[in-house]
Each structure stands twice: as structure tokens, then as C-alpha cells.
Write a protein that binds this ligand. Structure first.
Ligand SMILES: Nc1nc2c(ncn2[C@@H]2O[C@H](COP(=O)(O)OP(=O)(O)OP(=O)(O)O)[C@@H](O)[C@H]2O)c(=O)[nH]1
Ligand SMILES: [Zn+2]
Length: 292
């Protein structure tokens, strides 16, 4: 009787995949059992598979049910999307972060918010920083970091421990820099200009999962930096804003919280329970997806 082992698919190569054994952490080159040719279901990075050893290679027998699945980068069983944001260099509009969080909620994933480049913040930014923390730490875990001075990196590491993470966020916020700090040796090439020009190609190649030295896995790609919400239906948007989803109870059951009478959400914005910027961005995205 063959012994079935379990492992995580960490990488794809031309005609084989690399599976990291769940128990031994050994990386084994695997091929797929022939019957996979007959189905549409193929393993992706992040999948947990069952495999048997045949001499020094493995043969993948089956794929375990996925907890979740990201289309781009193609990756399964992600525990958290690490949403990186900066208040300076670049100064990113909150709308960009709120759209990203909508995508994370839509995919039913957990978000970790990282406010990076805090070394660049001055006293003038104190107010904006406080407002940012006030708004988001009610909703998601927030960590403040500097990839440059290493401030907050210990705390960041705690959040990555024993999880499968993927970075996301707009260009230039420091995703690759943070990855290189928490995973020395990852050596993300994406910082180089030549590579950046090939970005289109880079984002279409399969992600690879890297083993973190303190336990856990992280995808080597900059995640989804293209933050596109056009596919979302306007009447579904309310489910992808955490605080709006959690405070229902409007006069109309199907209230979209725009200008309906007896809207509880609008009341909560007035009372300061729901952040005004979040509600305004909700309205903005609602408008955007209604007009398409
Ligand atoms: N001052 C400061 N600069 C930083 C910090 N983190 C990253 N940078 C710089 O910001 C620039 C962009 O960093 P990247 O890590 O390439 O950003 P990215 O998010 O991966 O960008 P894309 O690959 O375009 O998506 C680089 O010049 C980094 O050196 C930080 O915490 N503080
Ligand atoms: Zn309402």
C-alpha cells in the first residue's frame, strides 16, 4: 500500500511542481497522476495535495478542498492579504485602500493593513496618521512599519507567523522591500527598473510560495496592485464594507444606504460610529460601479 503524504504546492516548473511536505518541510519534485489530464481541476500554488513517493519524486494523487482562491495571482488557501499603504511618497488616496479592502472582502479573505514608510512622517502628518489608525484599527489589524529603519518589523513578523500571506497595494508603497526584510534571501527582483518594464509579464507568471524563516509562507509576487472593482454589482457593495455589513437594521431591508429614508448607516456616520471617509468612499465606489 502506498503511503499518502500531504504537502503544499509551493512552485510550478515547466513539467513538474514542487511540493513542500507538511510534516518534514522537505521540498519534493512532483508530477501529476495521469488522470488529472481528464479533469479541469489542476493544482495551483497554495493547494494542499496528497502525494505518494516513487523513488525520489512524488506523484500527486489528489487536491484537498480549497479554503479560498485568488485569480490573480493564481493562488489558493491564502490566510491573509497584506494591504500595504503609505501616507507619503506616495501619498495614496484612501479610496485606493478602500477598494483593495472591498476586493479582499469579496474574496472572503482576511486583511492585515500595513502603514509603511512611517520614517517619512513628520509632526504635520500626526493628525492624518491618527485619523488613519482610528478609522482602520476598528476594522482590521493595523501595523505601522518602516522597511528602512525596521520599525514595527517584529510586530509584522508576528502577523506572518504560520500563515500563508500575499502582499497587495499600489506601486511604490514598499511591498517588495517589506518582503525582503521579513524573508531575507527572497531577493525580489521587482525593484529593478528593467523588471518593472516587464511587469505585465511578471504578473502573469505563477506565484511562488516562499518559506518564512520563522514559520509560514509568503507569495513572492507583489500581489494584486491593479485595484479594479468594475466587476462588482452595486447592490452587493454593501456586503464588502465590513462596518456597513455588520450594522444592518435600516427601515428598508434592501437599503443600499444612499438616500433611502430610515437609513441606519447614515445615522451611524453622523454619530461618528462609522468613519465618514469610509462612507464617502462607499458612495464613490457605488457610483462608479453603477455607471458602468
Ligand atoms: N523611506 C522609506 N522608503 C521605503 C520604505 N519602504 C520602501 N521604500 C522605498 O520605496 C521605493 C519603492 O519600494 P518597493 O519595495 O519597490 O515598492 P513596491 O510596493 O514593491 O512597488 P511595486 O513593485 O511597483 O509594486 C523603493 O525606493 C524603496 O527603497 C520605507 O519604509 N521607508
Ligand atoms: Zn441604509
Amino acid at each position: 500500500m502506498d503511503i499518502r503524504n500531504r504537502g503544499v504546492v509551493v512552485k510550478f516548473m515547466s513539467n513538474a511542481l514542487i511540493v513542500e511536505d507538511i510534516n518534514t518541510k522537505e521540498r519534493i519534485r512532483c508530477v501529476l497522476r495521469g488522470r488529472f489530464r481528464l479533469t479541469d481541476l489542476k493544482p495551483v500554488v497554495g493547494d494542499i495535495v496528497e502525494y505518494v513517493r516513487v523513488h525520489d519524486i512524488g506523484v500527486v494523487e489528489s487536491i484537498l478542498k480549497r479554503k479560498n482562491e485568488l485569480p490573480k495571482p493564481k493562488i489558493a488557501n491564502v490566510d491573509q492579504v497584506v494591504c500595504v499603504y503609505t501616507l507619503r511618497r506616495p501619498e495614496v488616496p484612501l479610496l485606493v485602500l478602500d477598494k483593495l479592502l472591498v476586493l479582499v472582502e469579496e474574496a472572503n479573505l482576511n486583511a492585515l493593513i500595513v502603514l509603511n514608510k512611517i520614517d517619512l512622517l513628520t509632526e504635520e502628518d500626526e493628525q492624518r496618521k491618527r485619523l488613519f489608525l482610528e478609522t482602520y484599527s476598528k476594522l482590521y489589524p493595523v501595523v505601522m512599519t518602516s522597511a528602512k529603519t525596521k520599525h514595527g518589523i517584529d510586530q509584522l513578523v508576528e502577523h506572518f507567523k504560520d500563515k500563508t500571506s500575499v502582499f497587495a497595494g499600489p506601486s511604490g508603497v514598499g511591498k517588495s522591500s517589506l518582503l525582503n526584510v521579513i524573508c531575507p534571501g527572497a531577493n525580489l527582483k521587482t525593484q529593478e527598473v528593467s523588471e518593472k518594464l516587464e511587469r505585465g509579464r511578471h504578473t502573469t507568471t505563477a506565484a511562488e510560495l516562499l518559506h518564512l524563516p520563522f514559520g509560514g509562507l509568503v507569495a513572492d509576487t507583489p500581489g494584486f496592485s491593479l485595484i479594479e472593482v468594475d466587476h462588482i454589482r452595486a447592490d452587493k457593495l454593501k456586503y464588502y464594507f465590513k462596518e456597513i455589513r455588520e450594522h444592518g437594521n435600516c427601515l428598508f431591508k434592501d437599503c443600499n444606504h444612499i438616500d433611502e429614508p430610515g437609513c441606519k448607516i447614515k445615522e451611524l456616520v453622523e454619530e461618528g460610529v462609522i468613519a465618514r471617509s469610509r462612507y464617502e468612499n462607499y458612495l464613490e465606489i457605488y457610483k462608479e460601479v453603477s455607471e458602468k
